[in-house]
Design a protein around this ligand. Structure first.
Ligand code: SME
Length: 151
């Protein structure tokens, strides 16, 4: 499904009444994984209060042991500090990387800002080498901006 159509579906999910936020986030993870071939694991991490660590709030894909990630550690932990998108075409080429599954070839992490503050991130793993383009970045920035509105 093209990104433009997915954007509409994302906003539809976020508009749903009487649904807990975490359920909506999970529905977005499922939507993205089901409709974008190169998205094999999709999850949202958020900062744990005042602690310098990320907590996995919800995800769709293979079970992961990495539900808590300290700031600075792995791709996710680096984005918590840098406030910038991190596109990894080849995870094997990264020194500071936390492996979740041997099938994963590439990853993209896009920070989520609320009132200008980096409070979390969307994390996508792919079993395809080097699949992410600027279109993915723009799309995931859109998703995070929309999600921020309900947080
Ligand atoms: N690969 C991530 C860890 C999280 S998993 O992708 C679910 C990282 O290096 O931060």
């Amino acid at each position: 499904m093209p990104f433009e159509n997915l954007k509409l579906k994302v906003t539809d999910i976020l508009k749903k009444e009487n649904q807990p936020v975490t359920d909506k986030l999970k529905m977005i993870c499922q939507l993205l994984k089901d409709n974008i071939d190169h998205y094999d694991w999709v999850g949202f991490y958020f900062r744990n209060g005042d602690k310098e660590e990320l907590i996995l709030r919800t995800y769709v894909g293979a079970k992961t042991d990495h539900e808590v990630i300290p700031f600075g550690k792995g791709i996710c932990g680096q984005v918590a500090i840098s406030n910038e998108n991190f596109v990894v075409p080849d995870v094997q080429a990264q020194d500071n990387y936390i492996a979740c599954s041997i099938n994963v070839k590439s990853e993209i992490v896009v920070p989520l800002f609320k009132d200008g503050e980096n409070i979390g991130q969307i994390d996508i793993d792919s079993d395809t080498p080097d699949p992410f383009t600027e279109k993915d970045e723009r799309f995931l920035e859109f998703v995070n901006q929309e999600v921020a509105k309900i947080l």
